[in-house]
Design a protein around this ligand. Structure first.
Ligand SMILES: NC(=O)c1ccc[n+]([C@@H]2O[C@H](COP(=O)([O-])OP(=O)(O)OC[C@H]3O[C@@H](n4cnc5c(N)ncnc54)[C@H](OP(=O)(O)O)[C@@H]3O)[C@@H](O)[C@H]2O)c1
Length: 397
C-alpha cells in the first residue's frame, strides 16, 4: 500500500488474534539529584533489594539503609560492596522504624553525614499472619507496627518536598482480611496525608512477586502456587512500575494477565474493584479463568432429590478442590479423615471457607473446617447450609 503499486481499494480485516506491533516509548525515569539521599527502609533484603540498580542508573549516589538487623547477612554485605564499587555512598543503620525516637536519631545521623533526604522507599514487613480469633496481641503488634507506625513516623519526620515517598504495600491490602492486609491498609495512610497536601507520595501494591521477595525466596504454597502464574508479577514489571512512580507518571504499565488459566477464580475477583481484571481475557475464549469443565457445586446441589445426593455432590467438588490445593490426586484424599490431618492450617481453612461460600453458596466457619470431624461430616454440613438446597430436603436434626 505504501509503495503505491496497487490500484483500487484495499480492504483491511481485523481479527481478534491479530497483533499490532507497537514500539513503546522507553519508560525511563528522569535522573535524580545525585546529591540527594534515598532512604531505603527494609531494603537490604527481599523485594527491597530489587530496584537498587535502577536507582543507581537514574543517578542515586547516596543510599541510606535502615532495618533492624542492618548489614549482618552475607547477601547484604555483598550488595553494599557492589554499590560502593559503583561510586555510591552507602550508610547502613540498625533501626526499628516503628520506634519514633530511633527513627529520628537515624534520620539525624543520615542527614548530618550525607546531606538532604530526597526520597524514601518503605519496604518493611514482618509476617505474623494468622486467624484473628487465634492471634496473640504480640502477633498483631509485630505485624502491623513496622508498616503502620513505621510509615507514619517516616511521614512525620521527613520533609514535604521529597522527590518520592513510596511505601510498598500489597494488593491483598485492598481486599484481604488478615493482619498483613490490615497493616498494608494502614501503610496507605501516610501517602494519603501527603497527597491531599499536594506532596508527592504513592503507595505501591504489588501482587505476588514471582521471582524476588520473601514469597519467591522462601515459600509459595497452597493457593499461592495456583495463583502465582496467572496473577503473580515479575520483577521487570515491578521495576517498570516503580520507575513510573518515581517519575510521577499519570499512567503506569498495567498487568492484566487474567486469562483462561485453568485455576479457580480467586474470591476477590467478584469485588467491583477487580472488575476490569476479571473481564480481561473473556474474548480469549469463554469464561475468564474458567476453573474447569466441572459443574459448580451449587448447580449440582440445587438439582438433587435427596439430601444425601447434595452431600455427595459437595464432597465430590470439595475433594477435587482440596486435592488441587495440596497438589495431590483426589484419590489420595481419604474422606474419613479430618481436614487438619492433611496439614491444613487456618490460612488454608479461610480459603476453603471462601471457596465453599462461592461454590456451594453455603456459610461455614474456619472452625467447621478445622473441627475434628471426617470430611464427609463437614460435607453434610455444607449441603445442609447451602442456600440452594430446597428447604424440605434439609434434615431436621
Ligand atoms: N514478596 C512479595 O511477593 C510481595 C508482594 C506484595 C507486596 N510485598 C511488599 O513488599 C515489601 C517487601 O517485601 P519482601 O518480600 O522484600 O519482604 P522481606 O524480605 O521480609 O523484607 C522485609 C524487610 O523489612 C525489614 N523490617 C521488618 N521490620 C522492620 C522494622 N520494624 N524496622 C525496620 N525494618 C524492618 C526487614 O529487615 P530486619 O528484619 O533486619 O528489620 C526486612 O529487610 C513489604 O512491604 C511487602 O508487604 C511483597
Amino acid at each position: 500500500m505504501q509503495m503505491g503499486k496497487r490500484l483500487g481499494k484495499i480492504a483491511l480485516a481485523w481479527g481478534v488474534n491479530h497483533v499490532v506491533p507497537v514500539i513503546q516509548p522507553r519508560m525511563c525515569a528522569s535522573k535524580l539529584d545525585s546529591d540527594g539521599i534515598c532512604l531505603l527502609v527494609g531494603r537490604l533484603s527481599g523485594l527491597g533489594r530489587s530496584p537498587l540498580s535502577m536507582l543507581v542508573r537514574i543517578d542515586a549516589r547516596k543510599l541510606c539503609f535502615l532495618s533492624r538487623s542492618g548489614a549482618r547477612s552475607t547477601k547484604a554485605k555483598d550488595l553494599i560492596q557492589k554499590l560502593e564499587q559503583q561510586q555510591v555512598r552507602v550508610q547502613v543503620q540498625t533501626c526499628d522504624v516503628s520506634d519514633e525516637s530511633a527513627l529520628t536519631s537515624a534520620v539525624d545521623c543520615c542527614t548530618r553525614e550525607l546531606g538532604k533526604i530526597h526520597g524514601v522507599f518503605q519496604c518493611t514487613m514482618l509476617l505474623r499472619d494468622g486467624l484473628f480469633a487465634n492471634m496473640t496481641h504480640r502477633q498483631w503488634v509485630e505485624s502491623t507496627q513496622p508498616k503502620a507506625q513505621g510509615s507514619w513516623n517516616l511521614h512525620k519526620h521527613l520533609s514535604d518536598d521529597m522527590d518520592f515517598f513510596i511505601p510498598l504495600s500489597s494488593f491483598t491490602a485492598t481486599f484481604g482480611r488478615r493482619n498483613y492486609a490490615a497493616a498494608g491498609r494502614m501503610k496507605m495512610r501516610s501517602p494519603y496525608h501527603r497527597r491531599v497536601r499536594g506532596w508527592h507520595a504513592t503507595t505501591v501494591d504489588p501482587g505476588l512477586m514471582r521471582d524476588v521477595g520473601v514469597l519467591a525466596e522462601t515459600w509459595m504454597m497452597d493457593a499461592f502456587c495456583e495463583w502465582e502464574k496467572p496473577y503473580g508479577i515479575r520483577e521487570v514489571e515491578f521495576l517498570a512500575l516503580i520507575e513510573r512512580v518515581i517519575d510521577r507518571a499519570q499512567w503506569a504499565p498495567c498487568h492484566l494477565s487474567v486469562k483462561k488459566a485453568g485455576t479457580n477464580t480467586p474470591y476477590y475477583m467478584e469485588d467491583a474493584r477487580f472488575s476490569i481484571m476479571a473481564r480481561t481475557g473473556v474474548r480469549d475464549g469463554g469464561s475468564v479463568i474458567a476453573a474447569s469443565d466441572a459443574v459448580p457445586a451449587h448447580t449440582l446441589v440445587s438439582q438433587v432429590k435427596h439430601f444425601q445426593e447434595a452431600a455427595a455432590s459437595a464432597l465430590e467438588v470439595l475433594v477435587k478442590q482440596v486435592a488441587k490445593m495440596l497438589q495431590t490426586p483426589p484419590s489420595e484424599i481419604d474422606t474419613s479423615r479430618f481436614f487438619h490431618s492433611f496439614g491444613i492450617d487456618s490460612l488454608v481453612a479461610i480459603e476453603i471457607v471462601n471457596w465453599v461460600m462461592k461454590e456451594a453458596t453455603s456459610t461455614i466457619t474456619v472452625f467447621d473446617v478445622l473441627a475434628g470431624v471426617p470430611i464427609t461430616t463437614l460435607c453434610n454440613r455444607i449441603a445442609a447450609k447451602s442456600t440452594v438446597l430446597p428447604k424440605e430436603l434439609v434434615p431436621s436434626h
